[in-house]
Design a protein around this ligand. Structure first.
Ligand SMILES: [Zn+2]
Length: 341
């Protein structure tokens, strides 16, 4: 990764590297359910999922190390991939960020944390969410603010750990400026166009420059997402945003404009706590759980997503736009740009 701007400044990614999902007309807001009491009528549980790398994945540890110390081709000084307790991983925060931005885009949700100036926004987005009136994304993933306003959200991600595969060295094209403050773009009339997402494509490493340790394609990671007190629609929105229906791939980590970080997800196991059974039954101490795996789990996941679509937690126009941007068709993949001074 480039440490300082190259001569001539940064280049912008070419326009067709990304596209927009239009804003919905309204933001739907409700009181948040909270975490302290498990409601018997709501859904609480844990989903385990696999994440398969389709293109190289790079999440920087922020550390520069010798390549031989990583067990890679000796003689290089490389940017190391993120690890947790020595294990290659995707940090929970990266996963949560990617999933949140999809959930925000397809549901009647506010603009989340990276809020541009309010006066330029469509009316429905000017008011921030609060615990009394939170949009679907803020309810699921939380909201910032001071002590009284901050809210953790009903969903908790764990770091996803590498299970199969490994790393390789990769030269990331360095010339694309990260634009953290600009998740949305304006049209000629200064109106915001919608939310920006990078498309998937075929990555091409740079011919020269520093190397990074990336998780190579065809590797597999395992992750967990715990949720508390969700409605069927909210859980459906979470499952959709995790990409579990297979209609699109997730994209995360560094090098999104140059086609890194494409991930296919797959549900492995769903455990739902049944508080009512635990309460009504004579099993006072044992918690009653229902476990789904295999085909039954896939059917269950789709059932929740269908509920979310039917109850306007997944908006068809926004979801179709998102699926157009994030779909992964191996037979029609654009080539990604490589660096050129
Ligand atoms: Zn919100």
């Amino acid at each position: 990764m480039a440490k300082r701007p190259p001569r001539g400044g940064y280049r912008r990614a070419p326009y067709d590297a990304y596209d927009f999902v239009p804003f919905p007309k309204n933001v739907k807001r409700d009181k948040v359910p909270g975490h302290h009491i498990i409601h018997p009528d709501l859904l609480t549980g844990i989903l385990t999922l696999h994440l398969h790398t389709v293109t190289p994945l790079f999440i920087s540890s922020g550390q520069v190390v010798l390549s031989e110390d990583l067990g890679l081709k000796p003689g290089g000084v490389v940017q190391a991939h993120y690890r947790i307790r020595g294990q290659l991983a995707i940090p929970a925060s990266s996963l949560k960020g990617a999933v949140r931005s999809i959930a925000e885009a397809v549901s009647p949700s506010c603009l989340g944390v990276k809020r541009p100036r309010r006066r330029d926004l469509p009316d429905a987005f000017r008011r921030p969410c609060t615990r009394r009136a939170a949009c679907p994304a803020c309810t699921l993933f939380g909201m910032g603010g001071n002590k009284n306003k901050a809210y953790l959200g009903q969903v908790r991600f764990e770091d996803a750990l590498l299970q199969e595969g490994g790393t390789m060295l990769y030269r990331l094209p360095p010339l694309y400026r990260p634009r953290p403050g600009a998740p949305v773009y304006r049209d000629r009339n200064r109106r915001y166009k919608g939310r920006k997402f990078y498309k998937h494509g075929r990555p091409r490493p740079a011919g020269k420059g520093g190397e990074s340790e990336v998780i190579r394609p065809d590797s597999q990671l395992i992750g967990q997402v715990a949720f508390t007190n969700l409605t069927i629609e909210q859980l459906g929105l979470l499952f959709y945003a995790l990409g579990l229906e297979g209609r699109f791939l997730l994209k995360l980590g560094g090098g999104k404009p140059v086609c890194l970080g494409s991930l296919r997800t797959e549900p492995v196991r769903l455990v739902l706590r049944d508080e009512r059974a635990a309460f009504l039954g004579d099993t006072h101490d044992t918690q009653v759980e229902t476990i789904w795996q295999g085909n039954a789990l896939n059917t269950e996941v789709r059932r929740y997503i269908t509920e979310a679509r039917q109850n306007d937690y997944i908006l068809s126009q926004q979801a179709e736009a998102l699926e157009r941007v994030l779909r992964f068709d191996p037979n029609a993949l654009p080539e990604c740009p490589t660096s050129a001074y």
